[in-house]
Every structure is written in C-alpha cells, then in structure tokens.
Design a protein around this ligand. Structure first.
Ligand code: PHE
Length: 448
C-alpha cells in the first residue's frame, strides 16, 4: 500500500493551517490589546524565534525521521527506556481535550456568520446581550452549530491525509489569506491605520508588565500548535525530501504575519471608532460586530468576510488537532481510519456537550468547579499546563534522549553545524528553563 502522504506544498499549507487558527485572529489581537501593544508584540516575536521555532523543528524531526504516530515515534527514537518514553507520545490526548472546546468556539463563529448577514447588533451593549444570550441561554443553536462544525472536521480527517486534510487546506487557507489581505488593504484607507500600526510596532514600556512576558510565551506555543504531537503527526506524513527546517520557518513566518495582519485590521477598526485597545476576550464577538454595524451594508460584507476567515482558520486547526489521535488508533489497532475518526469524534462530542452545558444558565452551577466553569478549566489546564509540559518533554527528548549522532547527521543535511549548535542549545536549555518558568508562574507557584 502506498502511504498516504502530503505533497511538499500540501504539507506547508496544512501545517500553516494548523498554526493559523483562533489563536491568531481571535486571541492574539485581544491579548495584544490587553498587554499594551508594541512591547508585547516584540516579546511575542522574540519567543517565536528563540523558543517556538526550535520546538517546532524538534517535533518535525520526530515525525520526519519515523513516519509514525506520536507514541510509536517516541518509542522508535528513544535510545533507552523505550516503554517509558512511549508515554510521552500520548500528548495528543491534550490535543483532543483542547479540541472539544475549540469546536464550541468554531460553532459560535458559524453562528456569527449568520448574524453578520442578517442582524448585526447596533451597539456594544446590544452586542454583549446577543453574545451572552447565545452563550448562556441558547443551548439548541449552540449544539446545532457545534455538531455541524464537528461533522466537517471529522469528515475531512476520515478521508485521509491527501484526499481529506490536504484538499481542505488547499481551499480554505488561500481563501483565508485573501480575505485578510483584502481587509488589510481596506483598513489602510483609514486614518486610524497609522495609529494601529504604531500601537502594535512601537513599544510603550509604561503599559508593559512582567506578566505579559508569560502571556507571550504561552501564546507562542499555542499559536504554533506545538507541545501536543500535532506538528509531529503532520510531519510524519510529509514527503521524504521536504526540508524540515525551511518548512518550519515558512510556517512560523506565515503564522506570525497572519496574526499581525489580523491585529492591524482589528485595531484600525477599533481606533477608528474611538475605542481603547483593551477589549478583553469579547473583542471579536462583542466589540467588533457592533463596530461593523456602523459601516452600513459594507459592514455586513466586512463582518461576513471576517467571520468566514475566522471559521476557516479554526476548522483547519481543528482538523490538525483530531489527526494525532486518529493516526494513533489507526496504526496501533485493527480499527480503520474512518471508524477511528468517528469513535474519537463521538467521545469528544460528549465531552464538548458537557463543557457547552457548563455555560448554560441552570446547568452552570452544577458544572462549576471552584472558580471556573468546566469550559474554562479545559482551556486553563490545556494551555497553562499540558501544552508547555508537552513542549518541554519534546525538546528534552530530542536534545538528550534521541540518538545524537543520527540527529546531527539528519539536521546537518538542512543546516550548517553552527546553526545546528544554536538550535541544540535552544531545545536543550532555553526551552526547558524558559518555558518551565512560565508554567510555574501560571500555576501560581511563583509571582512576578
Ligand atoms: N495554533 C492554533 C491556533 O492558533 C491552535 C492549535 C493549538 C492547533 C494546538 C493545534 C494544536 O489557534
């Protein structure tokens, strides 16, 4: 049987599709706004370069070298204690936990495409009401759009790497980029564009707190899809003559450029209406729809385009989050890819429905544990704990516990020995210490 693989361009598109997600278009602009702009962007960019790309390459190496699912990849590459290292391959469970709530948000976005077509809210107060009603009262349409989203994602994954994942990315990614480019050019015609530009690119140290560093580091992991076997798994299906360093850098650059574009568009619209940068997590679902309303019919077109771009970004990421679990079941049991996809999806739908219910009035009390709803716990545990741990484990594994001669030989096909030395230093020391610090802080064990 010929192995189901990406083409060279298909791999880059799919990996970029994974990286470019809700993290870029929803989360990045609002955390940039909340953390004061320029300095935050600078720290974020440095983190991508110093930590993010290194881990991305390490994950890519594991997939490239083994061509296997994440669990088998750890087992194959470990020099000693193969059984123990296998456990590290199960980070895809983190991915699946993230997926159940990620798809809930995609469901909201689909619903917002409809809202943008028909009835944009005319003020921020009204927009807030629309969103809160959706979130806390409207169970049936949330469930409906949640299921529609999952159906698209599961169907794509069930069709396989080339026929499903690559094809879907080939349509959605270019469309997403075109929409954002169009919106960027449009926003350049506003006076507030230059204010948005300086907000994002001129560091204002007064508004910056040490804690923002930690937010930036955490986000760099999330946005590059690293730390949960997603990039590893995609890389295991790449064409054997793909240059893993070059493709990693291209994906990181694309991911970053798209986040910056989304930020520029959104801040131009915000500043044009005289709003402050810090709108919190409600920026995309509450503030923006009300501002689009101000533009009249053009506003509807802008809003629909924006939410379509956001939906596409989310769907291509969600597909990549489902793939590692499916690949694991497919390769280690006799269950077929199609069956594996639907079994895992069914389990995630149950988990997702529970976290969805946790926001609904009347159920939310029963589903609240401590200070957070189940939905928030999923988010918190995965991005504050599991992702960084996954990233550190991968970096340490490749840097110390995989065969170092083979590693060097393979990597030096792509980079010079000098650059190899820098990369190795990064995954051996910068990643574990730097990211470890972030985690400890986030868990509240130390305070800056
Ligand atoms: N990178 C995606 C985003 O920015 C999210 C994601 C995280 C996807 C982890 C896959 C794995 O939204």
């Amino acid at each position: 049987m010929i192995k189901d693989k990406f083409t060279k361009a298909g791999f880059i598109l799919a990996a970029a599709g994974s990286a470019v997600g809700l993290g870029n278009v929803w989360k990045f602009p609002y955390i940039t706004g909340d953390n004061g702009g320029g300095v935050f962007v600078l720290v974020y960019l440095l983190t991508i370069v110093l930590v993010g790309i290194s881990v991305f390459i390490a994950e890519s190496y594991m997939g490239y070298k083994t061509g296997q699912n994440s669990v088998s990849a750890f087992e194959t590459l470990a020099v000693n204690n193969k059984k123990g290292w296998k456990i590290a391959g199960f980070t895809f469970v983190t991915a699946l936990a993230i997926l159940s709530f990620y798809v809930i948000v995609i469901g909201w976005i689909l619903q917002y495409i409809v809202i943008s077509l028909t009835s944009l809210p005319s003020s921020v107060a009204e927009a807030e009401q629309v969103f809160m009603t959706l979130l806390t009262k409207d169970l049936s349409s949330q469930v409906f759009y949640f299921l529609v989203s999952f159906a698209i994602i599961a169907y794509t994954v069930s069709r396989g790497v080339k026929e499903g994942i690559e094809k879907m990315n080939k349509v959605l990614m270019p469309t997403l980029i075109l929409i954002l480019l169009g919106m960027l050019f449009y926003s350049m015609s506003f006076d507030s564009f230059s204010k948005a530009f300086s907000f994002m690119f001129y560091p204002n140290f007064e508004k910056f707190h040490a804690e923002s560093i930690l937010v930036a580091v955490g986000h760099a992991f999330f946005t590059l899809s690293i730390g949960m076997a997603v990039i590893l798994t995609y890389s295991s299906s790449m064409d054997s003559d793909t240059n893993i360093v070059k493709s990693s850098v291209i994906v990181a650059v694309l991911d970053t450029v798209i986040a910056l574009m989304a930020g520029l568009v959104i801040f131009t619209i915000l500043f044009n209406a005289g709003f402050e940068s810090s709108q919190g997590a409600g920026l995309v679902f509450i503030t923006l729809p009300a501002l689009f309303y101000e533009f009249g019919a053009v506003g509807n077109i802008l809003a629909v385009s924006f939410f379509i771009a956001l939906a596409f970004a989310g769907i291509t990421s969600a597909i990549s989050i489902l793939e590692p679990g499916v690949r694991y079941v497919e390769e280690t049991t006799t269950i077929s890819r199609v069956k594996a996809t639907y079994i895992i999806t069914a389990i995630l739908i149950v988990a997702g429905l529970i976290s969805l219910l946790s926001n609904i009035e009347g159920y939310s009390e029963a589903l609240k544990f401590g200070s957070k709803s189940l939905f928030d716990w999923f988010d918190y545990i995965s991005s504050a704990i599991l992702l960084p741990v996954g990233g550190i484990i991968t970096a340490i594994f490749v840097g110390f516990f995989a065969d170092q001669n083979i590693l060097k030989q393979t990597m030096c096909k792509f980079i010079s020995e000098k650059v190899y030395g820098v990369w190795l230093f990064s995954i051996r020391f910068i990643v574990p210490f730097g990211v470890g610090l972030v985690m400890i802080e986030k868990l509240g064990l130390i305070k800056f």
